[in-house]
Design a protein around this ligand. Structure first.
Ligand code: GAL
Length: 706
């Protein structure tokens, strides 16, 4: 049986008499798998050393009778009260040195030896008990590791673990003093035992200490997961092990966390209550899915796909009819093999009583149940064929936890945010209806026609060399501001002008830079401002006819004529070497006329350096230039229906394709509440999901197979 759709189920929240009804309704909906028990430590070990797995056996059996398999969570995200009372040190300490207590979740210290002993004991018992159960197909140790862990843990046990980690890295304390630049403010250490966990200081922090702390903390989480995975691998060889991630969340390096897992999962909440304007934008959602795929460089699962209003103390927006299936299909289009919906039924108590499930509080199936049921029944036959398919992309964008952390420690300019910068580049290609991969600095660069390497702040000789080799061999590389500034220990580079190790490759040096913070600078692009440039650059945009898709990639851009170009947050003032072309210059500030964007031909390729964060119009125009040069085409174009022969292009229609074994699945998704028309520039093959090729109703999705 192919496992395509599932639900997150909490049988312990409901009377046992209800389980049968739930199982039957799930079966009728088409559900093939549930995830359970990831927060049920007390139910599984009500008193220390006494285990009760019978209730879980019963529900697993009942679900199996209805053709539904189980994924089990290990409960280490919710240590019970008996443990926290008896061993208070298992609870974490925050940066203020304040213990965080029982009553929420993730109130655990992952280095604490007693906690590790208790976790090992329950995971071993569960693995022994369920490891040979054919109805249990896999495991999810803990839940969203790193969640709630932003400010923990700074306890004595973590301090000692940090010291050990440092000793392993630096071997002698002199090397640590050098790497951290401890002569500044008398921070020298005589031994590793003198190093503190970085509790709140009165003023200022050492950036090198803070970066090592973040790396240590991430490694600790990876180690905590690996400890559980090792037990499960030994005792449950026929069951998979996975974990649910939170997109771009940066508490743990997800590339490292993924290593011991079979595949990774995402928890996707497009209308989370914390989202300022209510809705995550389609491109943000798409970026999240693409970054998730990158963590293990393969297809993934959706372990929690939104099923309605998301709420804790506050509630988020209500998805419109059709929107939930649209988002599930978006997850599938970007590479999800299986979609599990969170949660089966809205809980009637506890922190998440307003986090809406498929069934409402009263348990009676309604609109959401019916929408998902229809989706599942239509998609089931296709899902099996699509298993393992992933988007193939010519564009790679580097995403790095180290760079992210370094900017978190020192944003450099007010408003500058590593992730937002990365996502603004992503959006430029997404809007052009192109597949995009996120990649690590260690990725196989040559497979991409174009690589965007945003904010390469920390630079190593190895990485600088691989960028150079990529360009020399014919690659198209985009470097952006604030690159080559630091060595990997987070101290400033001194051996050359900026961009340091990338200076030769960029073919330019930066002798002045300006933290614009909240001020924007004006930029002249290609000898003209964006206004003039855009009117012909975006020429194809206003027209929509069959031929326009075959033209340049920018035909699909919304809004034909962007206003003048601006740079945000930062300005690297570039002095080009001889032979380096200047593509854009600053048009305001005292360095007006100096280069803002350069192009340097190296070997068979080109390296562009973009000295500021382009605003949307400028970014879009630049991306157009880069993809044309790299010969990357849009998949298609879309327009707002009903707006006449030459309707406006629509970027709220998303194109994504995924492929496996020579079969390509092309998805076109209408994220708008209005109808849209679209046209493919490539041969997408046969329409296998939806009808009326070329026209999409509000929130409708079409899928093609070729
Ligand atoms: C997720 C988490 C779930 C549930 C959900 C709603 O982040 O994994 O356990 O808490 O959010 O808040």
């Amino acid at each position: 049986m192919s496992i395509n759709f599932g639900v997150d189920y909490y049988p312990e929240h409901w009377p046992e008499e209800r389980w049968e009804t739930d199982a039957r309704l799930m079966q009728e909906m088409g559900v093939q798998v549930v995830r359970m028990a990831e927060f049920s430590w007390h139910k599984l070990e009500p008193v220390e050393g006494t285990y009760d797995f019978e209730w879980l056996d019963r529900v697993i059996r009942l679900l199996a009778k209805h053709g539904i398999k189980t994924i089990l969570g290990t409960p280490s995200a919710a240590p019970p009260a008996w443990m926290c009372n008896k061993y208070p040190d298992v609870m974490p300490v925050d940066r203020n040195g304040q213990r965080r207590y029982f009553g929420g979740r993730h109130h655990d210290c992952q280095s604490n030896p007693i906690y590790r002993e208790k976790v090992t004991a329950i995971v071993t018992r569960m693995a022994d008990h369920f490891g040979n159960n054919p109805d249990v197909i896999g495991w999810q140790p803990d839940n969203e590791l790193g969640n709630s862990h932003l400010d923990v843990c700074f306890c004595d046990s973590c301090r000692k673990s940090f010291q050990k980690w440092l000793q392993k890295k630096y071997v002698n304390v002199g090397a640590l003093n050098k790497a951290w630049g401890t002569p500044f403010w008398s921070q020298e250490y005589n031994s590793f035992e003198e190093v503190f966990a970085p509790l709140k200081t009165l003023t200022g922090e050492n950036p090198s200490t803070m970066l090592d702390w973040k790396r240590f903390h991430s490694d600790l989480i990876v180690d905590f997961l690996t400890m559980q995975v090792n037990i499960l691998r030994e005792k449950c060889p026929n069951q998979f092990v996975t974990h649910n991630y939170m997109g771009f969340s940066n508490c743990v390096d997800y590339y490292k966390l993924s290593k011991p897992l079979d595949f990774v999962c995402q928890d996707q909440y497009p209308t989370g209550y914390w989202i300022d304007d209510g809705w995550a934008s389609p491109s943000e959602l798409a970026a999240t899915l693409d970054v998730i795929r990158s963590y293990k460089n393969r297809s993934y699962w959706m372990m929690e796909q939104e099923s309605g209003i998301c709420g804790w103390e506050y509630m988020g927006r209500l998805p419109a009819p059709g929107q939930l299936p649209l988002w599930a299909l978006q997850s599938i289009g970007h590479g999800a093999d299986t979609v599990v919906f969170f949660r089966w039924r809205t809980c009637t108590f506890g922190t998440e009583e307003y986090w809406h499930g498929i069934l409402p509080h009263n348990g009676v199936p309604g609109r959401t149940y019916n929408e998902y049921k229809e989706l599942i029944h239509k998609m089931n036959p296709l899902m099996e064929q699509m298993k393992g398919a992933v988007p193939k992309s010519d564009v790679g964008i580097i995403f790095s936890f180290d760079q992210n952390w370094a900017f978190e420690i020192q944003p450099n300019a007010r408003g500058l945010n590593y992730q937002n910068h990365v996502r603004s580049w992503y959006k430029a290609f997404y809007d052009r209806h192109m597949n995009v991969d996120f990649i690590t600095e260690r990725a196989d660069f040559p497979q991409y026609k174009l690589i965007v390497a945003p904010l390469q702040y920390l630079m190593s000789p190895v990485l600088a060399d691989s960028f150079t080799r990529y360009v020399e061999a014919g690659g198209h590389l985009v470097l952006t501001m604030r690159s080559g500034v630091k060595e990997t220990d987070n101290r400033c580079f001194t051996k050359d002008a900026l961009p340091g190790l990338l200076r030769k490759l960029a073919g330019a040096q930066i002798l002045d830079y300006d933290a614009l913070s909240q001020n924007e600078c004006e930029v002249r692009f290609d000898g003209a401002d964006c206004q003039t440039e855009s009117s012909d650059h975006f020429e194809g945009a206003a027209g929509f006819d069959g031929s326009s898709c075959q033209k340049k990639s920018e035909v699909c851009l919304e809004g034909a004529a962007p206003a003048a170009c601006h740079g945000r947050f930062w300005a690297d003032v570039l002095t080009p070497d001889e032979g380096t072309e200047v593509l854009a210059t600053y048009a305001s500030e005292w360095y007006k006329g100096a280069a803002a964007v350069t192009a340097h031909n190296v070997g068979k390729g080109v390296c562009w350096y973009v000295g500021t964060e382009p605003d949307d119009a400028f970014m879009s125009a630049l991306a157009g230039l880069f993809v044309d040069k790299a010969e990357i085409r849009s998949m298609g174009c879309a327009k707002k229906a009903g707006s006449g022969l030459h309707g406006m292009p629509a970027t709220d229609v998303e194109f994504v394709s995924k492929e496996k074994d020579g079969v390509v699945w092309s998805f076109v998704l209408n994220h708008s509440a209005e109808p849209r028309t679209y046209e493919y520039a490539v041969d997408a093959g046969e329409l296998v999901f939806g009808e009326n090729a070329g026209t999409l109703a509000a929130y409708e999705v079409h899928i093609y197979r070729k």
